[in-house]
Write a protein that binds this ligand. Structure first.
Ligand SMILES: [Zn+2]
Length: 317
């Protein structure tokens, strides 16, 4: 995998501006799926091509069987940003894997970032609606057989085996990470495997990073080269220094031998990017979500270039 930190926009709407990425401090481009025009343009302009790959996200209105079951035995509440599905839905899992393999058979991206690799919920909000899941009969049976714990109801599980339940969910997510990473590396040995992360520290929201989203940095580390927390400050009711503060805390919980690379939201630009550039332990490059509007505007793009140069400078100083 490349050793140079990667900077650039996320989102195919930035594609028309790819000829100016390099002049404005960007050397990479993230886009949804195995997008042939984006991959071709990256090759033409010598830009590192990175695919965002959707794992556990689906249209619950169209596929209600994928909605995880909550503690009350009913499908969880959800809004439009919800991610995560019931992981006992084998048809959905087979389809996800087939889509990944299709892409790996036809494309050679330099990186693949696994997205929505979590249990169910959504976090791009100041007031997250955090619900334990999935308590469908198949997921409960999977828990009981994996742990040897005999608990039949959500209430029993949470009362007598809450820690084991959380651990089991994290291990389940980590196994999918391992499986997808193995498929990617088998086809593209040098491909970077990234993962988009819930941007909370392990202690926030009563441990929701693991308890609700089932993302455990240590369990994911063997499979994931680059961790990318979604630092969307305004959407999450945070300040522009959130990314810098996250990076300061990360050594306490993130594996030292893995890269930490923030994705920032264009709604927070440029303040959050310049704050990120002040971090003592710098981000391994930056993704800019919705970055098209920045790269389409020479003055804004110059700000990106300045901040990216500051982050690069920190890495060598
Ligand atoms: Zn389930």
């Amino acid at each position: 995998m490349p050793t140079t930190p990667l900077f650039g926009p996320y989102g195919s709407s930035a594609l028309p501006f790819i000829d100016r990425f390099a002049a404005h401090g960007a050397n990479a481009f993230w886009f949804h799926g195995f997008d042939a025009p984006a991959l071709d343009a990256c090759a033409r302009y010598d830009i590192v091509a990175c695919v965002e790959f959707k794992t556990f996200r689906a249209d619950f209105d169209a596929y209600p069987e994928l909605i995880p079951i909550g503690v009350d035995g009913r499908p969880i509440r959800y809004g439009k940003l919800v991610q995560g599905v019931c992981l006992s839905q084998t048809d959905f899992l087979a389809e996800t894997e087939a889509t990944l393999l299709d892409g790996l058979h036809t494309c050679q991206p330099a990186g693949i970032w696994l997205d929505y690799l979590t249990y169910a919920g959504w976090f791009e909000t100041p007031a997250p609606d955090l619900q334990e899941s999935c308590f469908c009969s198949a997921c409960i049976a999977d828990f009981c057989s994996a742990t040897g714990i005999d608990a039949a109801t959500p209430a029993q599980i949470l009362a007598v085996a809450g820690d084991a339940w959380t651990r089991h969910k994290c291990e389940r997510i980590a196994r999918f990470a391992e499986h997808y990473a193995a498929l990617i590396k088998a086809h593209l040995p040098d491909c970077i495997v990234g993962a988009y992360m819930c941007p909370w520290t392990p202690d926030e929201y009563d441990g929701a990073l693991s308890r609700i989203f089932a993302q455990d940095y240590d369990l994911l580390a063997p499979s994931i080269d680059v961790f990318t927390p979604l630092i969307y400050a305004a959407k999450s009711g945070r300040t522009a220094t959130w990314g810098r503060d996250f990076l300061a805390q990360a050594p306490a919980f993130a594996p030292v031998n893995r890269k930490m690379q923030l994705i920032l939201d264009v709604l927070d630009f440029p303040d959050s990017l310049f704050a990120t550039a002040e971090a003592e332990l710098p981000s391994w490059g930056v993704q800019l979500f919705g970055g098209a509007q920045v790269f389409g505007d020479t003055q804004q793009a110059a700000l990106f270039a300045t901040a990216a140069a500051q982050i690069r400078q920190r890495r060598v100083s």
